[in-house]
Write a protein that binds this ligand. Structure first.
Ligand code: SF4
Ligand code: SF4
Length: 189
């Protein structure tokens, strides 16, 4: 008999603890968002890595010198930096970006490309509506049509990125060397 009442009160105590938790959560401020009803008004964390983009100025300049460091650091072959050599008015040969290819379908969102770019030419946006019906639509060209390298002096501020995870230090252009350097609208191919 004593065992019966012991079990009864133990079960009752468990039930009340559960109900207390339920009531506490019930009256807490809601954190879930209604989608798609609230599309455009959703709170999306700034740190959310939705997709990569190339930074462009209002006058359609970018900051990419086509060095290929981001491509070299990408662990998944997601990036393809296409360029050509040009000779300027002083007769100097310079590398010019022709196409910056990004395969959103392969991206791991590790951000190693952003952290390794010495010119802060790329960044992640928190755009979250990336669903498409065919994989081909995930192949993006990030440099805008008609854009060109920004002439000297203007450079975007270095984004405040958290420390790189251990063992993920990006490589520089020199093989085998490591560096701790920090770190629009894409058009479809
Ligand atoms: S590392 Fe930066 S500057 Fe170099 S190719 Fe990549 S985006 Fe362009
Ligand atoms: S986030 Fe990672 S996987 Fe995606 S393009 Fe950059 S380096 Fe490659």
């Amino acid at each position: 008999m004593a065992n019966y009442f012991s079990n009864f009160f133990h079960a009752l105590k468990s039930l009340l603890i559960g109900m207390k938790t339920t009531l506490k959560i019930f009256f807490r401020k809601k954190t879930t968002e209604r989608y798609p009803e609230k599309r455009g008004r959703l709170h999306v964390s700034e740190r959310y890595r939705g997709r990569l983009e190339m930074i462009h100025t209002p006058d359609n300049h970018h900051f990419c010198v086509a060095c290929g460091i981001c491509q070299m650091n990408c662990p998944n072959g997601t990036l393809n930096v296409e360029s050509r050599m040009e000779t300027d008015a002083q007769g100097r040969k310079t590398r010019v970006l022709t196409a910056y290819r990004y395969d959103l379908g392969r991206c791991l969102f590790c951000e190693l490309c952003v952290r390794s770019c010495p010119h802060h030419a790329i960044r992640f946006t928190n755009a979250y509506e990336n669903a498409v019906f065919t994989r081909a639509k995930l192949l993006l060209t990030l440099n805008r049509p008609g854009s060109s390298l920004k002439p000297k002096e203007e450079s975007p501020a270095a984004p405040a990125t958290p420390d790189a995870p251990s063992g993920d230090a990006p490589r520089t252009a020199e093989a085998g060397k490591t560096a701790a350097s920090p770190g629009a609208n894409p058009t479809e191919r």
